[in-house]
Design a protein around this ligand. Structure first.
Ligand code: NAP
Length: 285
């Protein structure tokens, strides 16, 4: 019996996850396949119910169904509940569905590689307050960051994000507008600047003040299509450490794969498999 995993969402424009997981299944000698299920809202519940069947390992979930799928799971792990986003589901042997989040640990693994140091004790500026920013801020605080300053175009969303995480970690957390003088000032003492907005992917421009960052800072852009955003170009021009979101994508995939199969150590296989897609700025399903 071929086991199954699926990504559900609408629209599904990218096949990076499918390529990574299918390569890992092949490398691990597991008879399984990763499917892309672009579903209408009224088809989601039946699709999730089907995952209780013995041929399923689990699911990945993307916009706009993260909240809906969380409600269809039997349980949601505490980190995913705190972040407010289930992006993966594992089927237990008894057929129960457990929702979890891979973006936060994937971000942590990817960013610590890029920084070449742990997040513990770091001062971080984060642009954005959407789904990805929730995972980023949670990861920074739970890893022991000293100071996290969130800037967002819509201030109320930044404030809601900060409110959600007031009890995570021991670091200080503040939220404001992207152009608030305090957000700009926070750049001067930042060890890490993270773009967790769609700027650079959808809209042109940058969200961070690269010229204000200290020389030892790292710039991490969650965007990975295109592979080099104006933000990363500016950081590299200044000689700062700079990385796009590809390693986060790979690390979170390896984490999900291990949860489904109990086979770890697949990041290298996944990195090699997805490299051609990541090098192609127009890579779409
Ligand atoms: P989202 O929930 O839609 O949030 C979008 C964010 O971008 C919001 O903070 C929004 O601000 C901001 N934004 C959009 N246009 C802007 C503009 N012109 N100027 C300033 N801010 C703007 O999206 P998401 O799911 O968090 O994803 C954010 C990015 O992270 C995407 O590029 C996505 O591809 C990437 N991502 C990467 C990975 C990875 O593994 N590498 C994982 C997840 C996401 P407002 O609140 O003001 O609208």
């Amino acid at each position: 019996m071929t086991s199954r995993v699926a990504l559900i969402g609408k629209p599904l424009r990218r096949r990076h996850s499918q390529v990574m997981h299918d390569a890992a299944f092949a490398a691990a000698g597991i008879d399984a396949r990763y499917e892309l299920l672009e579903l209408e809202p009224d088809a989601v519940e039946a699709a999730v119910t089907a995952v209780r069947g013995a041929d399923w390992l689990g699911l990945q979930v993307t916009a706009p169904y993260k909240r809906l799928v969380a409600g269809l799971c039997d349980s949601v792990e505490p980190d995913a509940a705190t972040i407010g986003a289930v992006n993966s589901v594992v089927r237990s042997d008894a057929g129960g569905l457990v929702g979890f989040n891979t973006d936060a640990p994937g971000f942590r693994a990817g960013v610590e590689l890029a920084m070449d140091r742990p997040l513990a004790g770091a001062n971080v500026v984060v642009a954005g307050a959407g789904g990805a920013a929730h995972a980023v801020v949670f990861a920074c605080l739970s890893a022991g960051a000293r100071e996290v300053t969130i800037g967002n175009r819509t201030v109320s969303s930044a404030a809601e994000l900060a409110e959600r995480f007031t009890r995570v970690g021991v670091g200080s957390l503040s939220a404001m507008a992207l152009d608030d003088p305090a957000f700009i000032r926070a750049h001067r003492s930042a060890d890490l600047a993270v773009n967790a907005t769609t700027v650079g992917m959808i809209d042109a421009g940058t969200t961070m003040q690269v010229e204000l960052l200290p020389t030892g800072a790292t710039v991490f852009d969650l965007v990975y299509v295109p592979p080099e955003t104006p933000l990363l170009r500016a950081a590299r021009r200044r000689g700062l450490r700079a990385a796009n979101g590809s390693e986060m994508l790979i690390q979170q995939a390896a984490i999900a794969f291990e949860r489904w199969t109990a086979v770890g150590g697949m990041a290298d296989v996944m990195r090699a498999a997805v490299a051609p897609l990541l090098a192609d700025p127009d890579a779409r399903a």
